[in-house]
Design a protein around this ligand. Structure first.
Ligand code: IMP
Length: 431
């Protein structure tokens, strides 16, 4: 089968996550040999529909549904073994084949421990309304320990049981002091934690590998690789709307460290954006519509978190934010998703610039205090009616919908090559 794109491809989000990356990765994976996750953890949620079945992945790469694909979990991921095995067992029960023949995990990947999840929960509860609104999957505390070094555990450490016992005992003692001092929490017994993680280590052992080496070998052999982004650029710990971000470099800029490949490994940078904006959790959101427009989008787009089921905040398309996302990631192609959700509105609006302290602002600034003060400048376009789902070519869409897509393309600064008009594999128009 002729691949859609020549060379290797990164698929990344251009907004605040939940752009429908799962469907597009699945679509691009048809002709791939390897799919790799390089950032984040079980805070991600990618949904794929295959025929009548709907699958949500959190840690497993989306290539797991294609028999020919080798799936890799890279070192940049934080791995919660409990979540991983829950996901594996769920898919095995549904008949998806998962074994070391199609899944490998980097020995350098950091492990989410019970105290990471407890700390995430405790910090968010203590912060109240000032919290980040995390998914409480222990993501931030695990990455913090990765940087802290002496209190971290990697997948490789699970393979050395005697050392693991000492390590868990020492770290648990340290954590107990911290939890008692900060949250007045009772101590945790390290022994059951050790036994649980020793057992995880035994089960994970056949999957553990040097995934960076596997990728480099795949590059040499001319295999086709898809780098599956999670979250999105505006949630990147360096380039997103800090501190309302996740704790990894989840933009395309994190691929090289997170997968362990050189920059020459990638030729195509596919950015996914939806036809409007959403965000979950706290943080500034200039085009948010906390009104009947936001409700219309939420209900039609089923905008509830894949991981936490929280209702997502919804608003108009923000071209200022997307242009920044395209620029800093070197996006070569765009896939536009959820166009069908806007069907039925009389008018649609696009934010083309911001106003800040009376001045026009054309470029995005990833600073929450500035973003909290900006006022969006909108352009209004006519809406469209009627179902889009029967269209099989872009030209078959209502002309107002085509006009909207073309305007988004101009403003984003990269060609929109795919337009998704429904959840199924077939509801994807190639331009
Ligand atoms: P954390 O990643 O659980 O620490 O959450 C930090 C912020 O990132 C919160 O606002 C989350 O809602 C958001 N977040 C994390 N992962 C995703 C995602 O996959 N989609 C959308 N938002 C996410």
């Amino acid at each position: 089968m002729t691949p859609l794109l020549q060379g290797n491809t990164a698929v990344v989000g251009l907004q605040w996550g939940d752009e429908g990356k799962g469907k597009i990765v699945d679509f691009l994976t048809e002709s791939a040999d390897v799919v790799v996750r390089y950032c984040g953890g079980a805070n991600a949620g990618h949904t794929v529909r295959i025929g009548p079945n709907k699958y949500s992945t959190h840690l497993l790469p989306v290539g797991i549904f294609r028999p020919q694909v080798m799936n890799l979990i890279g070192n940049g991921v934080v791995l919660d073994p409990e979540a991983l095995f829950r996901e594996i067992d769920e898919f095995l029960a549904k008949g998806v084949a998962i074994s070391p023949a199609n899944l490998r995990i980097s020995y350098k990947t950091h492990v989410v421990m019970p105290w990471h999840k407890a700390e995430d929960e405790a910090r968010e509860s203590a912060a109240g309304a000032a919290g980040i609104g995390t998914t409480k999957r222990g993501i931030g505390p695990t990455y913090a320990d990765k940087m802290q070094r002496t209190t971290a555990i990697r997948v490789a450490d699970l393979q050395h049981e005697d050392k693991l016992r000492e390590r868990i005992q020492r770290i648990a003692t340290d954590r107990n002091k911290m939890f008692a001092a900060l949250y007045d929490a009772p101590p945790v017994d390290w022994r059951p934690v050790f036994e649980t993680y020793r057992d995880f280590g035994r089960r994970i052992a056949p999957f553990v590998d040097d995934t960076s080496k596997l990728l480099i070998d795949a590059l040499r052999d001319g295999k086709r690789i898809v780098f599956e982004g999670a979250h999105a650029v505006l949630l990147d710990v360096d380039h997103g709307t800090y501190p309302y971000v996740t704790s990894s470099n989840c933009s395309a800029l994190g691929i090289f460290t997170g997968a362990g490949v050189p920059p020459q490994a990638i030729q195509n940078y596919v950015g996914i954006m939806k036809s409007y904006s959403t965000r979950v959790g706290g943080g500034p959101f200039p085009t948010e519509q906390p009104n009947n427009i936001g409700d219309y989008i939420r209900e039609r787009g089923n905008e509830y978190g894949t991981t936490t089921r929280r209702p997502r905040r919804c608003g108009w398309f923000d071209a200022v934010a997307v242009r920044y996302a395209v620029d800093i990631q070197g996006i070569t192609h765009i896939a536009l998703t959820l166009l069908d959700v806007l069907t039925g509105l009389d008018q649609v609006q696009i934010c083309t610039a911001y106003k800040h302290n009376g001045q026009r602002m054309d470029y995005f600034r990833a600073d929450m205090d500035t973003l909290a003060e900006v006022e969006p400048v909108y352009e209004t376009l006519p809406g469209w009616r009627g179902s889009l789902s029967n269209a099989r070519r872009f030209e078959e869409l209502p002309k107002e919908a085509q006009q909207y897509v073309k305007r988004l393309e101009q403003l984003a600064g990269a060609p929109i090559k795919l337009v998704s008009i429904g959840p199924d594999r077939a509801a994807t128009l190639i331009r």
